[in-house]
Ligand binder design. Structure first.
Ligand SMILES: O=C(O)CCC(=O)C(=O)O
Length: 337
Protein backbone atom coordinates (compact mmCIF):
# COMPACT_ATOMS: atom_id res chain seq x y z
CA UNK A 1 0.00 0.00 0.00
CA UNK A 2 3.14 2.17 -0.05
CA UNK A 3 1.93 5.63 -1.07
CA UNK A 4 -1.71 4.97 -0.21
CA UNK A 5 -1.36 4.62 3.51
CA UNK A 6 -4.14 5.43 5.87
CA UNK A 7 -3.84 9.03 6.97
CA UNK A 8 -5.18 8.30 10.44
CA UNK A 9 -2.06 6.34 11.42
CA UNK A 10 0.34 9.29 11.39
CA UNK A 11 0.51 12.92 12.43
CA UNK A 12 0.91 15.30 9.51
CA UNK A 13 2.60 18.69 9.79
CA UNK A 14 2.14 19.51 6.16
CA UNK A 15 -0.21 18.38 3.44
CA UNK A 16 1.54 15.88 1.14
CA UNK A 17 1.75 17.04 -2.50
CA UNK A 18 -0.62 14.36 -3.79
CA UNK A 19 -3.48 15.79 -1.69
CA UNK A 20 -3.16 19.32 -3.04
CA UNK A 21 -5.91 20.23 -5.52
CA UNK A 22 -5.09 22.44 -8.47
CA UNK A 23 -6.01 26.09 -7.84
CA UNK A 24 -9.33 25.93 -9.74
CA UNK A 25 -10.59 22.87 -7.85
CA UNK A 26 -10.05 24.04 -4.29
CA UNK A 27 -12.96 24.36 -1.83
CA UNK A 28 -12.84 28.20 -1.47
CA UNK A 29 -14.00 27.95 2.09
CA UNK A 30 -14.54 31.70 2.45
CA UNK A 31 -17.30 31.56 -0.21
CA UNK A 32 -19.37 28.90 1.58
CA UNK A 33 -22.75 30.09 2.90
CA UNK A 34 -22.45 29.47 6.64
CA UNK A 35 -26.03 29.74 7.85
CA UNK A 36 -28.50 28.86 5.06
CA UNK A 37 -28.94 25.28 6.22
CA UNK A 38 -31.15 22.53 4.78
CA UNK A 39 -34.84 21.90 5.64
CA UNK A 40 -35.67 20.24 8.96
CA UNK A 41 -38.56 17.80 9.34
CA UNK A 42 -39.92 16.70 12.71
CA UNK A 43 -41.10 13.12 12.23
CA UNK A 44 -43.03 13.22 15.51
CA UNK A 45 -45.48 15.70 13.97
CA UNK A 46 -48.87 13.96 14.12
CA UNK A 47 -50.03 15.74 10.96
CA UNK A 48 -48.82 13.13 8.45
CA UNK A 49 -49.92 15.12 5.42
CA UNK A 50 -47.74 18.01 6.61
CA UNK A 51 -44.74 15.72 7.11
CA UNK A 52 -45.20 14.21 3.64
CA UNK A 53 -45.50 17.67 2.09
CA UNK A 54 -42.37 18.93 3.88
CA UNK A 55 -40.38 15.91 2.77
CA UNK A 56 -41.58 16.28 -0.82
CA UNK A 57 -40.65 19.94 -0.82
CA UNK A 58 -37.19 19.24 0.62
CA UNK A 59 -36.56 16.50 -1.99
CA UNK A 60 -37.42 18.95 -4.77
CA UNK A 61 -35.54 21.98 -3.55
CA UNK A 62 -32.49 20.61 -1.72
CA UNK A 63 -32.38 16.82 -2.14
CA UNK A 64 -31.35 16.96 1.53
CA UNK A 65 -33.11 17.40 4.85
CA UNK A 66 -32.51 16.78 8.54
CA UNK A 67 -34.94 14.70 10.55
CA UNK A 68 -35.74 15.11 14.24
CA UNK A 69 -37.56 12.60 16.43
CA UNK A 70 -36.69 9.93 13.89
CA UNK A 71 -36.90 6.96 16.23
CA UNK A 72 -33.20 6.06 16.28
CA UNK A 73 -32.30 6.28 19.99
CA UNK A 74 -29.94 9.15 20.74
CA UNK A 75 -27.79 6.95 23.05
CA UNK A 76 -27.31 4.57 20.13
CA UNK A 77 -26.24 7.40 17.81
CA UNK A 78 -23.68 8.53 20.38
CA UNK A 79 -22.50 4.96 20.95
CA UNK A 80 -22.09 4.51 17.19
CA UNK A 81 -19.95 7.66 16.91
CA UNK A 82 -18.00 6.67 20.02
CA UNK A 83 -17.12 3.19 18.78
CA UNK A 84 -16.22 4.64 15.39
CA UNK A 85 -13.69 6.98 17.05
CA UNK A 86 -12.31 4.09 19.06
CA UNK A 87 -11.92 2.05 15.89
CA UNK A 88 -9.85 4.70 14.14
CA UNK A 89 -7.66 5.02 17.24
CA UNK A 90 -6.60 1.38 17.03
CA UNK A 91 -2.88 0.73 16.48
CA UNK A 92 -1.64 0.96 12.90
CA UNK A 93 -0.87 -2.80 12.71
CA UNK A 94 -4.41 -3.65 13.70
CA UNK A 95 -5.89 -1.34 11.05
CA UNK A 96 -3.44 -2.51 8.39
CA UNK A 97 -4.98 -6.00 8.54
CA UNK A 98 -8.27 -4.62 7.24
CA UNK A 99 -6.81 -2.32 4.57
CA UNK A 100 -7.81 -2.78 0.93
CA UNK A 101 -8.16 -0.49 -2.06
CA UNK A 102 -10.39 -2.91 -3.95
CA UNK A 103 -13.87 -1.31 -4.30
CA UNK A 104 -15.38 -4.78 -4.83
CA UNK A 105 -14.49 -5.91 -1.29
CA UNK A 106 -17.53 -5.92 0.97
CA UNK A 107 -15.65 -5.22 4.17
CA UNK A 108 -12.65 -2.95 3.89
CA UNK A 109 -10.74 -0.18 5.54
CA UNK A 110 -9.54 2.22 2.92
CA UNK A 111 -8.55 5.79 2.31
CA UNK A 112 -9.51 8.73 0.10
CA UNK A 113 -12.14 7.52 -2.40
CA UNK A 114 -10.78 5.24 -5.11
CA UNK A 115 -7.00 5.32 -4.82
CA UNK A 116 -6.58 3.05 -7.82
CA UNK A 117 -8.18 5.61 -10.14
CA UNK A 118 -7.67 9.07 -8.70
CA UNK A 119 -4.63 11.27 -9.15
CA UNK A 120 -5.23 13.61 -6.19
CA UNK A 121 -6.23 11.99 -2.91
CA UNK A 122 -8.76 13.06 -0.28
CA UNK A 123 -8.20 13.61 3.42
CA UNK A 124 -10.37 10.72 4.56
CA UNK A 125 -9.98 7.20 5.87
CA UNK A 126 -13.08 5.05 5.81
CA UNK A 127 -14.36 1.73 6.89
CA UNK A 128 -16.82 0.29 4.42
CA UNK A 129 -19.19 -2.43 5.59
CA UNK A 130 -21.95 -4.41 3.99
CA UNK A 131 -24.72 -4.65 6.56
CA UNK A 132 -27.64 -6.68 5.25
CA UNK A 133 -28.42 -9.38 6.09
CA UNK A 134 -26.56 -8.80 9.33
CA UNK A 135 -26.02 -12.48 10.15
CA UNK A 136 -24.13 -12.87 6.87
CA UNK A 137 -21.75 -9.93 7.29
CA UNK A 138 -21.31 -9.27 11.01
CA UNK A 139 -18.87 -12.21 11.46
CA UNK A 140 -16.56 -10.49 8.95
CA UNK A 141 -16.73 -7.05 10.60
CA UNK A 142 -13.90 -5.80 12.82
CA UNK A 143 -13.87 -7.63 16.16
CA UNK A 144 -12.07 -4.71 17.74
CA UNK A 145 -13.15 -2.59 19.66
CA UNK A 146 -14.98 -5.46 21.39
CA UNK A 147 -18.34 -3.63 21.39
CA UNK A 148 -18.10 -2.72 17.68
CA UNK A 149 -20.26 -5.50 16.23
CA UNK A 150 -23.01 -5.21 18.81
CA UNK A 151 -23.36 -1.42 18.63
CA UNK A 152 -23.08 -1.17 14.86
CA UNK A 153 -25.60 -4.03 14.35
CA UNK A 154 -28.14 -2.29 16.54
CA UNK A 155 -27.58 0.99 14.76
CA UNK A 156 -27.97 -0.67 11.33
CA UNK A 157 -31.34 -2.18 12.25
CA UNK A 158 -32.72 1.13 13.49
CA UNK A 159 -31.50 3.03 10.46
CA UNK A 160 -32.99 0.49 8.07
CA UNK A 161 -36.36 0.87 9.71
CA UNK A 162 -36.12 4.66 9.46
CA UNK A 163 -35.19 4.36 5.79
CA UNK A 164 -38.28 2.29 5.06
CA UNK A 165 -40.49 4.80 6.89
CA UNK A 166 -39.00 7.54 4.77
CA UNK A 167 -39.60 5.53 1.58
CA UNK A 168 -43.28 5.49 2.55
CA UNK A 169 -43.42 9.27 2.95
CA UNK A 170 -41.34 9.94 -0.18
CA UNK A 171 -43.56 7.61 -2.27
CA UNK A 172 -46.67 9.34 -1.01
CA UNK A 173 -45.20 12.75 -1.67
CA UNK A 174 -44.86 11.76 -5.34
CA UNK A 175 -48.48 10.61 -5.46
CA UNK A 176 -47.44 6.95 -5.49
CA UNK A 177 -48.79 4.27 -3.18
CA UNK A 178 -47.00 4.23 0.17
CA UNK A 179 -45.38 0.85 -0.48
CA UNK A 180 -44.20 1.73 -3.99
CA UNK A 181 -40.51 2.32 -3.34
CA UNK A 182 -40.07 -0.53 -0.96
CA UNK A 183 -41.66 -2.87 -3.50
CA UNK A 184 -39.85 -1.59 -6.57
CA UNK A 185 -36.44 -1.39 -4.94
CA UNK A 186 -36.77 -4.96 -3.69
CA UNK A 187 -34.93 -6.61 -0.82
CA UNK A 188 -32.38 -3.94 -0.34
CA UNK A 189 -28.76 -4.03 0.42
CA UNK A 190 -27.46 -1.75 3.14
CA UNK A 191 -23.91 -0.44 3.14
CA UNK A 192 -22.12 1.76 5.62
CA UNK A 193 -19.21 4.15 5.29
CA UNK A 194 -17.66 5.14 8.57
CA UNK A 195 -15.75 8.25 7.52
CA UNK A 196 -12.88 9.59 9.55
CA UNK A 197 -11.34 12.93 8.61
CA UNK A 198 -8.21 13.60 10.67
CA UNK A 199 -7.07 17.13 11.44
CA UNK A 200 -5.68 18.54 8.24
CA UNK A 201 -2.73 20.97 8.03
CA UNK A 202 -4.15 22.79 4.96
CA UNK A 203 -7.94 22.44 4.73
CA UNK A 204 -8.18 25.09 2.02
CA UNK A 205 -6.14 22.97 -0.41
CA UNK A 206 -7.98 19.65 -0.23
CA UNK A 207 -11.22 17.78 0.54
CA UNK A 208 -12.42 15.10 2.87
CA UNK A 209 -14.63 14.06 -0.03
CA UNK A 210 -14.94 16.16 -3.19
CA UNK A 211 -18.32 16.98 -4.72
CA UNK A 212 -20.29 13.85 -5.53
CA UNK A 213 -23.79 12.46 -5.63
CA UNK A 214 -24.68 9.14 -4.03
CA UNK A 215 -25.26 6.25 -6.43
CA UNK A 216 -27.71 4.44 -4.13
CA UNK A 217 -31.38 5.15 -3.34
CA UNK A 218 -31.39 6.85 0.06
CA UNK A 219 -28.62 7.90 2.44
CA UNK A 220 -28.94 8.44 6.18
CA UNK A 221 -26.02 10.35 7.61
CA UNK A 222 -25.02 10.50 11.23
CA UNK A 223 -22.77 13.50 11.69
CA UNK A 224 -20.30 14.39 14.34
CA UNK A 225 -22.37 16.47 16.73
CA UNK A 226 -19.58 18.99 17.32
CA UNK A 227 -17.68 19.43 14.07
CA UNK A 228 -19.26 20.62 10.82
CA UNK A 229 -17.93 19.60 7.40
CA UNK A 230 -20.81 18.57 5.13
CA UNK A 231 -21.71 21.08 2.41
CA UNK A 232 -24.51 20.90 -0.14
CA UNK A 233 -24.72 22.62 -3.51
CA UNK A 234 -27.72 24.88 -3.85
CA UNK A 235 -28.18 27.23 -6.79
CA UNK A 236 -24.49 27.24 -7.57
CA UNK A 237 -23.35 27.94 -4.01
CA UNK A 238 -22.09 25.62 -1.30
CA UNK A 239 -24.08 25.77 1.88
CA UNK A 240 -22.78 24.41 5.18
CA UNK A 241 -24.93 21.86 6.97
CA UNK A 242 -24.69 22.71 10.64
CA UNK A 243 -25.15 19.69 12.90
CA UNK A 244 -28.36 19.90 14.93
CA UNK A 245 -28.43 18.06 18.20
CA UNK A 246 -29.77 14.51 17.74
CA UNK A 247 -30.71 14.98 14.09
CA UNK A 248 -29.93 12.68 11.17
CA UNK A 249 -29.31 14.01 7.69
CA UNK A 250 -31.20 12.39 4.82
CA UNK A 251 -30.41 12.66 1.14
CA UNK A 252 -31.89 11.41 -2.07
CA UNK A 253 -29.53 9.21 -4.05
CA UNK A 254 -29.32 8.83 -7.83
CA UNK A 255 -31.85 5.95 -7.85
CA UNK A 256 -34.62 8.05 -6.32
CA UNK A 257 -33.89 10.84 -8.76
CA UNK A 258 -34.39 8.31 -11.59
CA UNK A 259 -37.46 6.77 -10.00
CA UNK A 260 -39.05 10.20 -9.52
CA UNK A 261 -38.35 10.92 -13.20
CA UNK A 262 -36.10 13.80 -12.20
CA UNK A 263 -38.56 15.56 -9.88
CA UNK A 264 -36.43 14.85 -6.85
CA UNK A 265 -32.75 15.67 -6.90
CA UNK A 266 -29.72 13.66 -6.01
CA UNK A 267 -27.70 16.71 -5.09
CA UNK A 268 -23.96 17.34 -5.17
CA UNK A 269 -22.41 17.38 -1.74
CA UNK A 270 -18.90 17.33 -0.33
CA UNK A 271 -17.06 17.06 2.95
CA UNK A 272 -14.42 19.60 3.89
CA UNK A 273 -11.83 19.21 6.61
CA UNK A 274 -10.40 21.50 9.24
CA UNK A 275 -7.13 22.08 11.05
CA UNK A 276 -8.44 22.06 14.64
CA UNK A 277 -10.36 18.86 15.12
CA UNK A 278 -10.85 15.48 13.52
CA UNK A 279 -14.36 14.75 12.28
CA UNK A 280 -16.42 11.59 11.97
CA UNK A 281 -19.51 10.81 9.93
CA UNK A 282 -21.39 7.56 9.45
CA UNK A 283 -23.24 7.20 6.16
CA UNK A 284 -25.79 4.41 5.78
CA UNK A 285 -26.76 3.68 2.20
CA UNK A 286 -29.90 1.81 1.21
CA UNK A 287 -29.34 0.34 -2.24
CA UNK A 288 -31.31 -1.84 -4.60
CA UNK A 289 -30.02 -5.38 -5.22
CA UNK A 290 -27.87 -5.76 -8.31
CA UNK A 291 -30.50 -7.32 -10.57
CA UNK A 292 -33.31 -4.85 -9.82
CA UNK A 293 -34.44 -2.96 -12.92
CA UNK A 294 -34.68 0.75 -12.24
CA UNK A 295 -36.15 3.69 -14.07
CA UNK A 296 -38.88 6.32 -13.75
CA UNK A 297 -42.15 5.17 -12.09
CA UNK A 298 -44.78 4.54 -14.80
CA UNK A 299 -47.22 6.84 -12.99
CA UNK A 300 -44.80 9.73 -13.31
CA UNK A 301 -44.45 9.39 -17.08
CA UNK A 302 -46.89 11.13 -19.38
CA UNK A 303 -46.95 12.95 -22.70
CA UNK A 304 -46.10 16.23 -20.96
CA UNK A 305 -43.55 14.52 -18.76
CA UNK A 306 -41.80 11.82 -20.81
CA UNK A 307 -39.28 9.44 -19.23
CA UNK A 308 -36.05 11.29 -18.59
CA UNK A 309 -34.05 8.12 -17.94
CA UNK A 310 -33.97 4.72 -19.57
CA UNK A 311 -34.38 1.50 -17.58
CA UNK A 312 -31.21 -0.20 -16.35
CA UNK A 313 -30.10 -2.61 -13.66
CA UNK A 314 -28.45 -1.42 -10.48
CA UNK A 315 -25.42 -3.60 -11.31
CA UNK A 316 -24.94 -1.62 -14.53
CA UNK A 317 -25.27 1.67 -12.69
CA UNK A 318 -22.96 0.76 -9.85
CA UNK A 319 -20.15 -0.45 -12.06
CA UNK A 320 -20.39 2.71 -14.15
CA UNK A 321 -20.27 4.82 -10.97
CA UNK A 322 -17.11 3.16 -9.65
CA UNK A 323 -15.35 3.26 -13.01
CA UNK A 324 -15.36 7.07 -12.98
CA UNK A 325 -13.79 9.74 -10.87
CA UNK A 326 -16.00 10.94 -8.07
CA UNK A 327 -16.35 14.51 -9.26
CA UNK A 328 -17.07 13.92 -12.94
CA UNK A 329 -20.49 14.69 -14.44
CA UNK A 330 -23.58 13.33 -12.67
CA UNK A 331 -23.56 9.58 -13.34
CA UNK A 332 -27.30 9.66 -14.16
CA UNK A 333 -26.49 11.77 -17.23
CA UNK A 334 -25.16 8.55 -18.79
CA UNK A 335 -28.61 6.95 -18.43
CA UNK A 336 -30.74 9.64 -20.09
CA UNK A 337 -33.27 8.56 -22.70
O1 LIG B 1 -18.87 13.29 5.88
C1 LIG B 1 -19.88 13.76 5.40
O2 LIG B 1 -20.51 14.64 5.98
C2 LIG B 1 -20.37 13.33 4.03
C3 LIG B 1 -20.12 11.87 3.76
C4 LIG B 1 -20.56 11.46 2.39
O3 LIG B 1 -21.00 12.25 1.60
C5 LIG B 1 -20.45 10.05 1.97
O4 LIG B 1 -19.99 9.20 2.76
O5 LIG B 1 -20.85 9.76 0.82
Amino acid sequence: MADHQLISTAVHDRLPENYVRPETQRPRLDEVVPDADIPVVDLANSDRAAVVAQIGQACRTHGFFQVLNHGVPVELMLAMLGVAYEFFQLPAEEKAKLYSDDPAKKIRLSTSFNVRKETVHNWRDYLRLHCHPLHKYVPEWPANPPSFREIVSRYCKEVRELGFRLYGAISESLGLEQEYMKKVLGEQEQHMAVNFYPKCPSPELTYGLPAHTDPNALTILLMDQQVAGLQVLKEGRWIAVNPRPNALVINIGDQLQALSNGRYKSVWHRAVVNSDRPRMSVASFLCPCNDVVLGPAAKLISEESPAVYRDYTYAEYYSKFWSRNLDQEHCLELFRT
